[in-house]
Ligand binder design. Structure first.
Ligand code: SF4
Length: 253
């Protein structure tokens, strides 16, 4: 790539970050010198594949507590799950997407209509807004990992039920163990309550670092809530700055 191409790429990256920050309601546009193109994801699995076939033959309870060699083996073992009634009504199982070695995981509540049709989390309007939020703090979707508490869509986008979350969350725990992120960002009330096992209002959970098992966890609004209540964008931007500051602190050379 020539010098001019590199300059153009840097200019485009800066412009996109500025647009996304402005879109989130930030009055001062921030472009950090450290925002640079992320390294491409290594497509090769970090741990050799081996055990999926064997595990698939075991009982569901064994699958639930098993430790897998990688995300693909785990996905293959659970993608036909029917532990709760949502397994019968889903169109597609929605496992998660992103960098298997991500340092940040974003976790929402459950697939919606678009996600159910495409089999990928956060692909509708809320997903596009999440992409903008990520760009605003210097990340692309493929740099982080995105998942939900539930892998299957609740009919008519109703709230996930406690028993459904109870049955599905062991799958998420195994994803977190395999990815081993430095931090988790819980998106919205349901994800925050499900992960933190609390009923404290979301507004009082924000701005404080919690822990999900051993992993630091920050809470913010779900992008779908920002579409309905744009006045939450400023709070979300503050949460994202907190997340990015902690990321930079941990990863400072
Ligand atoms: S929501 Fe979770 S527990 Fe229920 S069927 Fe889907 S994968 Fe299984």
């Amino acid at each position: 790539m020539g010098h001019n191409d590199e300059l153009k790429e840097l200019y485009d990256l800066a412009r996109r970050a500025m647009e996304c920050q402005a879109d989130l309601g930030h009055r001062e546009i921030i472009f950090e010198a450290g925002m640079k193109k992320q390294k491409p994801i290594d497509p090769s699995p970090k741990i050799p594949a081996a055990t999926a076939t064997t595990l698939l033959e075991e009982a569901a309870s064994v699958v639930e507590i098993a430790q897998f060699a990688g995300l693909e083996e785990h996905r293959a073992a659970i993608c036909d799950c029917h532990k709760c009634p949502l397994g019968d009504t889903r169109t597609k199982f929605v496992y998660g997407v992103g960098n298997p070695q991500a340092k940040i995981m974003f976790i929402g509540e459950a697939p919606g209509r678009d996600e159910d049709l495409q089999g990928e989390p956060f692909v509708g309007r809320a997903g596009k807004l999440l992409d903008k939020i990520l760009v605003a703090i210097g990340f692309a979707r493929q740099d982080v990992y995105i998942a939900n508490i539930l892998k299957c869509r609740p009919p008519n986008n109703r709230d996930p039920q406690p028993d459904e979350m109870h049955l599905c969350i062991p799958y998420l725990k195994e994803q977190i163990r395999l990815i081993h992120p430095q931090m988790i960002c819980a998106l919205g009330r349901i994800a925050s309550h499900g992960l933190l096992e609390t009923t404290t209002p979301l507004g009082r959970l924000r701005k404080v670092w919690h822990r999900f098992e051993d992993t630091p966890l920050l809470v913010t609004y779900h992008p779908a809530a920002l579409l309905r209540f744009p006045e939450y964008k400023r709070d979300t931007w503050e949460d994202m700055q907190l997340l990015k500051a902690e990321y930079d602190r941990i990863n400072a050379i």
